[in-house]
Design a protein. Structure first.
Length: 142
C-alpha cells in the first residue's frame, strides 16, 4: 500500500489507479488554521487516502464536468469522520490538474457544503446509504 511521503504541508500520496495524487493536509489534522474541519484521530491518513481512492474509483462526484469534486462516506454514515460529528467528506479537485487532491470532513454544520442530489440518489440506489441517511443528507440542504 502507498505509505505516502511527508512534506511541509502534509503527507503526499503517489498517483492512484486513475493517476490522481492526494495530500493529507496537516491543517485538517490539527487546529493550525481557523475554520478548518479536522479528521478524527481514529481516521488515519492512509484511511483518508483510501477513502479518496474509493470515491475516485466509484466516481462519487458532484457532476460529470471537469470541475467535479468527490464525496466520501464510511459504513453508510455510521462512522464519524470529523471531530465535530461530521460523517461525510469532500475531496476538492485541484485548480491545476497536476496538483494533488485533498479532502476534509463535512456535516450538517458545514454551511453550504453538500453533495449533489444526483449523487445522494445514486448512493441510495446502490446501497451505499439507506433511506434514513438519505433524508439526513437532504435535511442539510436547508
Amino acid at each position: 500500500m502507498n505509505s505516502g511521503q511527508a512534506n511541509s504541508d502534509g503527507i503526499l500520496y503517489s498517483p492512484n489507479k486513475s493517476g490522481k495524487t492526494y495530500i493529507s493536509l496537516n491543517y485538517h489534522r490539527s487546529k493550525t488554521k481557523k475554520d478548518k474541519t479536522l479528521w478524527m484521530n481514529n481516521i488515519s491518513r492512509i484511511q483518508e487516502y483510501e477513502l479518496f481512492c474509493t470515491s475516485d474509483d466509484n466516481i462519487w462526484a458532484t457532476n460529470n464536468g471537469p470541475t467535479a469534486d468527490y464525496w466520501g462516506i464510511l459504513n453508510k454514515g455510521d462512522t464519524e469522520l470529523g471531530t465535530e460529528g461530521e460523517w461525510l467528506c469532500k475531496f476538492e479537485r485541484p485548480i491545476n490538474d497536476p496538483d494533488p487532491w485533498h479532502g476534509y470532513p463535512v456535516g450538517e454544520n458545514t454551511k453550504g457544503i453538500t453533495p449533489g442530489k444526483y449523487l445522494v440518489e445514486f448512493w441510495f440506489q446502490t446501497g451505499v446509504i439507506d433511506k434514513a441517511v438519505q433524508k439526513r443528507i437532504y435535511r442539510s440542504y436547508r
